[in-house]
Design a protein around this ligand. Structure first.
Ligand code: ADP
Ligand code: MG
Length: 244
């Protein structure tokens, strides 16, 4: 489904260069759930933006569903993004004046999809919001708003869903409802990459855990191995810090 090879990303700010990715190689199978963990600034979001076709790498190769994405023009990249990828961010990015069902319909409208209302309602029902179709963002809790954002991505019927810290902006009591929706998606076989600090969730649901540090993948392992027998000293140091 996804194969990245020797990806690098260098940000340039005036005379300063920041190596955000230093040669990331990784492959993801159809239907797999991968959790990415690691300290702040380790390059997780940079990698997610490239996987989500929101940004191009400085060098390296990216194949998505058989297409060599690293060679595409901006227009073609946008097309791939719309057709294949659902992206959910920490910020919900909802439009203040639109109802839940209108938020979900909007990308369908841009994509020229018919039966928008029916598809939007089905997506909202799938995230447990069938009774909130006509609520605006201010009339919804944070957890509900994030579920609208998930429904908006789902309605486009993506091949893969990318989540970048989807629960980090939520109050603790709302985290669980969003994790429940993600767990349900994983069980139904959606291919997912999730950046998260929710270690219990990652351990329970992920097929593999990727640990990133300083722009590189340090360790990739199934959850039990990752949490009980990590191979690298840096993984152990990270885990002892975060699980304390
Ligand atoms: P994470 O998501 O793991 O916290 P990021 O991928 O956001 O890490 O950032 C990796 C590194 O790249 C950090 O040093 C960050 O400051 C830098 N960085 C991220 N985005 C930009 C940008 N748009 N311009 C310049 N530097 C950036
Ligand atoms: Mg980030």
């Amino acid at each position: 489904m996804i194969r990245v090879t020797a990806l690098t990303k260098v940000y340039r700010l005036g005379a300063v260069t920041i190596p955000a990715l230093r040669g990331v190689t990784f492959a993801l199978e159809d239907g797999e759930f991968v959790a990415i963990v690691g300290p702040s600034g380790s390059g997780k979001s940079t990698l997610m933006h490239i996987l989500g076709c929101l940004d191009q790498p400085t060098s390296g190769r990216y194949e998505l569903d058989g297409i060599d994405v690293s060679q595409l023009s901006d227009d073609d990249l946008a097309l791939i993004r719309n057709r294949k990828i659902g992206f959910v961010f920490q910020a919900f990015n909802l439009l203040p004046r639109l109802t839940a069902v209108e938020q979900v319909e909007l990308p369908l409208l841009y994509a020229g999809v018919r039966d928008r209302r029916a598809r939007a309602i089905a997506a909202l029902e799938a995230v447990g919001l069938g009774d909130r179709l006509f609520h605006r963002p201010t009339e919804l809790s944070g957890g509900q708003q994030q579920r609208v954002a998930i429904a908006r991505a789902l309605a486009m019927q993506p091949k893969i869903m990318l989540f970048d810290e989807p629960t980090s902006a939520l109050d603790p009591e709302m985290i669980q409802e969003v994790l429940d929706v993600m767990r349900d998606l994983a069980r139904r076989g959606m291919t997912m990459v999730v950046v998260t600090h929710e270690m219990g969730f990652a351990r329970e649901v992920a097929d593999r855990i990727v640990f990133m540090d300083e722009g590189a993948i340090v360790e990739v392992a199934p959850p039990d191995t990752f949490f009980t027998r990590p191979r690298h000293e840096r993984t152990r140091a990270f885990l002892s810090k975060i699980l304390r």
